[in-house]
Design a protein around this ligand. Structure first.
Ligand SMILES: C[S@@+](CC[C@H](N)C(=O)[O-])C[C@H]1O[C@@H](n2cnc3c(N)ncnc32)[C@H](O)[C@@H]1O
Length: 333
C-alpha cells in the first residue's frame, strides 16, 4: 500500500513537471534559433536517460518523505495553470533582452551592491537587483530544473528534521523571494525563521508574497551579519547561495553561519551538487556556467563544501545528494 501511494505521489510530481518541461522546450527552441541553446545537445543525448532516472528517484524519495509526514501536503500545491501562463508570458516578454545580453556577454549590473553581486546571474534582467527580476525568479528556476527545484529544496527538511525542536530559532541566509523560508516555516510551524538576503528588492518581494507569522524578513549580508546577535540560533541554513559566491565570500558566509549558531547548534547548506558528489555528471556541471552566467560556479563545484566546513572548525554530520543538488549538515561544537 505504501509503495502504491508513493508511486502515485511520484506520478503527480511528474505531471506537475510537464508544464515546466514544455516551457523549457519553448525557451530552448527560441535560444537555439539565435545560436545560444540552453543545453549542449551532445550532453543531452548522452545523459538524458540517467538524468530522467535520477529525477524519478528524487521524486520518489520526496514522495516517501511526504508519506512519512516529514512535511505537510500543503507544500505540494498543484501548479496553477493560469498563474503559470501569466508568468510565462512575462518571461517570454523579457526573453529578447536575455538573449541579447547573452550574445553580447553583458554580465554587469549597475548597482550599489558589491561587485561580485552586481551581475546578470543566469543572464537574468537586473540580476538580483530589481523587483521585476524577483517577479520572474521562482518560475524561471523551476523551468531550469524542469519542475524539480522545490523537490531538491525539500531535501533540507528531511536532513534538518532530527535537529529542529518545537520553538527552534532558525536563521536563513540568502532567502531570495522567500520560497525556501515559506517551505521551512510550514514544515516547522512552531519554530521561528529569521530570513535574510542582501537584495532589498528580493526581500521586498518576499515580504509581499511569502509572509507568515513565524517568518521575519531582515536585510543582512551573508558575508557580514554584524546586524544580528552572535550565538543565538539553534539552526542556520542557506539554499542555493554558495554557487553564486566567489571563494573568499563563500568562506566568509560559512564563518558567519557558525558565528550565529549557539554552541551545539546545527547548520545546513543546500546547493548544487559538486563534482565529487556526482563525478558521472562532471560534464554537465562544467557546462552549466557556459550557458548561464554563473561566474563562480566552476570554482564552487571543484571545491568541496565539506572541506571548507571542516577547515572552519565544525563537524560534518551528513552529506547527501538529491538529483543535481546536495545538502551538507554540520554541528558547531
Ligand atoms: C540562487 S538565489 C537563491 C534564493 C533562494 N534561497 C532560493 O532557494 O531560491 C541566490 C540568492 O542569494 C542572495 N545573495 C547573494 N549574495 C548574498 C550575500 N552576500 N548575502 C545575502 N544574500 C546573498 C541573492 O540575493 C539571491 O537571493
Amino acid at each position: 500500500m505504501e509503495k502504491l501511494l508513493n508511486a502515485a505521489n511520484t506520478a503527480k510530481l511528474w505531471a506537475d513537471s510537464i508544464p515546466y518541461m514544455l516551457q523549457f522546450r519553448v525557451l530552448n527552441t527560441i535560444s537555439s534559433v539565435t545560436g545560444e541553446p540552453l543545453r549542449n545537445p551532445q550532453h543531452f543525448k548522452k545523459y538524458a536517460p540517467k538524468l530522467l532516472k535520477d529525477l524519478n528517484k528524487a521524486f520518489y524519495e520526496d514522495s516517501k518523505d511526504l508519506h512519512e509526514g516529514l512535511y505537510p501536503l500543503e507544500l505540494r500545491k498543484p501548479i496553477e495553470i493560469k498563474k503559470q501562463l501569466s508568468g510565462f508570458k512575462n518571461i517570454l516578454f523579457d526573453y529578447p533582452k536575455v538573449l541579447k545580453r547573452k550574445k553580447k556577454k553583458e554580465t554587469k549590473v549597475d548597482s550599489n551592491y558589491p561587485d561580485y553581486f552586481s551581475r546578470t546571474f543566469h543572464f537574468q534582467t537586473d540580476g538580483y537587483t530589481s523587483k521585476e527580476s524577483a517577479d520572474l525568479y521562482d518560475q524561471q528556476v523551476e523551468i531550469l530544473f524542469t519542475g524539480s527545484a522545490n523537490v531538491m529544496r525539500r531535501l533540507l527538511i528531511k536532513e534538518l528534521t532530527p535537529f529542529i525542536d518545537q520553538n527552534s530559532k532558525i536563521l536563513e541566509q540568502a532567502c531570495g523571494t522567500g520560497i525556501s523560508s515559506l517551505m521551512m516555516a510550514k514544515a516547522f510551524k512552531k519554530s521561528h525563521i529569521t530570513a535574510t538576503d542582501l537584495s532589498h528588492e528580493y526581500l521586498e518581494y518576499a515580504n509581499e508574497y511569502n509572509k507568515l507569522n513565524n517568518i521575519s524578513y531582515l536585510h543582512s549580508d551573508a558575508t557580514n551579519m554584524d546586524n544580528i546577535d552572535d550565538a543565538q540560533f539553534d539552526v542556520v541554513y542557506s539554499v542555493f547561495l554558495h554557487h553564486e559566491l566567489p571563494s573568499k565570500q563563500r568562506k566568509l558566509a560559512i564563518e558567519e553561519m557558525i558565528r550565529k549558531l549557539k554552541p551545539g547548534g546545527y547548520g545546513a547548506i543546500l546547493d548544487s551538487a559538486q563534482i565529487h558528489d556526482v563525478p558521472h555528471y562532471e560534464d554537465i556541471l562544467l557546462e552549466f556556467p557556459k550557458r548561464y552566467h554563473e561566474p563562480f560556479y566552476t570554482n564552487y563545484v571543484k571545491n568541496p563544501l565539506e572541506d571548507i566546513l571542516r577547515e572552519s572548525g565544525v563537524t560534518i554530520i551528513n552529506s547527501s545528494t538529491r538529483f543535481l543538488s546536495k545538502c551538507v549538515v554540520f554541528k558547531k561544537l
